[in-house]
Design a protein around this ligand. Structure first.
Ligand code: SAM
Length: 372
């Protein structure tokens, strides 16, 4: 997923710092700005107990599906109720699609069923596809008509099953997470939902398809939260606190508003050229110059942990000196650096003025061994 600050490609760098710093290889790992949950998933696989948090609900969906949920759920009630899924499962049982354990095959059958639903003209089609929005004040083309109808059909069906109590909580989130990923994959954007492209990009022409997610088995009870990291920090304790706060002034809520709507499915009163949903309660001080430094200092001050590991790049809005001063208060500080390609939407012009002249920024990892 193209996400501002996604650390997927930086996982080897983060893990090297953890190894070189001789951080505990077991215990509680807290990823308190978890976004896509890529970092949390990586450390869940390594056997840590995870605590995750984010202010965005789509992130909470990922947290539930990939962190809290510890196995492939059985979908037993749904399979009893939806005869067509059973039929589909039987019909294609002998095909190569089905060769995993029973629960994983059940999930594949449910996804296969959802992938083959006829499209519906609902919220995404009516507001974010050219066909549906053609008579409105703003014609938008975030999705091809067919894909928008597919998102609507799948999301409506998942909701119907949930409202009928045919899905457990885990099952609901395990279906919703692949839908958010699949919609994002075919969105006609250059990186964020702050704007749609005027010309269809090649990915947007692809057929929206739910893929079977890779779920990590675990015996541990992982904790997930939706809300402000600074509130949560006062109530948790962990061995490793990984901090990956926003580093520029682009708020996540307006930049990923359509994913939030697909996740919440709450029929928001949208407005403007891009069809934004109201996001007053989801504005982050970490994205605001003049507020982020105080917010960061408060977070660090209240952290009850053995190690703090902060990801931040050299173009971030919190000054490097402030970061060093705040973290040094907690204990011994060590810094790891790596050159990294900046996050850019495709449409950002070559001429845009950056603090760093070329396309490479320095990604910093600040490691603190907290003094007792
Ligand atoms: C740099 S991204 C994290 C990316 C993540 N590490 C990944 O690999 O996907 C920062 C995240 O912080 C979240 N965020 C912003 N302000 C927050 C706050 N006050 N409390 C919790 N999360 C917040 C954003 O929604 C965003 O997902």
């Amino acid at each position: 997923m193209k996400y501002i600050g996604n650390k997927f490609r930086l996982l080897p760098f983060i893990d090297k710092a953890i190894t070189q710093g001789k951080l505990p290889t077991k215990g509680t790992f807290c990823d308190i700005f978890s976004g896509t949950t890529n970092v949390a998933q990586f450390y869940k696989k390594k056997g840590y107990k995870l605590i995750t948090c984010d202010i965005m609900y789509y992130s909470y969906v990922f947290q539930h599906a990939y962190i809290k949920n510890n196995s492939y759920p059985s979908f037993s009630t749904l399979l009893q109720r939806e005869e067509n899924i059973i039929k589909a499962r039987k019909q294609i049982q002998s095909s190569t699609l089905f060769n995993d354990d029973a629960n994983k095959d059940n999930l594949k059958a449910v996804l296969h069923y959802l992938n083959n639903l006829p499209g519906e003209e609902s919220f995404i089609y009516l507001n974010y596809a050219p066909g549906g929005s053609r008579h409105s004040e703003y014609q938008r083309q975030y999705f091809r008509d067919e894909n928008a109808k597919r998102v609507d059909a799948i999301r409506n069906r998942i909701q119907l099953w949930k409202d009928n109590n045919w899905l457990t909580e885990n099952e609901f989130f395990v279906l919703l997470a692949p839908l958010i990923d699949a919609a994002d994959f075919v969105a006609n954007i250059s990186g964020t939902y702050g704007a749609f492209l005027k010309i269809w990009r090649s990915m947007a022409l692809k057929h929206l398809t739910l893929l079977t997610p890779k779920l990590t088995e675990s015996d541990l009870k992982h904790e997930i939260y939706l809300g402000d990291a600074n509130k949560l920090i006062r109530n948790i304790k962990c061995d490793i606190l990984y901090l990956d706060p926003p580093y520029n002034s682009r708020q996540y809520a307006p930049n990923f508003h359509i994913l939030e709507t697909i996740a919440r499915w709450d029929n928001p009163k949208i407005y403007g050229k891009t069809g934004l949903r109201p996001y007053d309660g989801q504005k982050s001080d970490y994205n605001v110059k003049g507020k982020c430094e105080k917010k960061f200092a408060d977070l660090v001050k209240n952290a009850d942990c053995k190690y703090i590991l902060l990801s931040y790049n050299n173009e971030g809005i919190i000054k490097d000196k402030t970061i060093k001063d705040v973290l040094s208060e907690k204990g011994d500080l060590k810094i790891f650096t790596q050159p990294y390609r900046r996050f850019r939407t495709d449409s950002e012009s070559e001429n845009r003025h950056y603090k760093v002249a070329n396309d490479i920024v320095t990604e910093n990892l600040y490691l603190v061994k907290v003094k007792n």
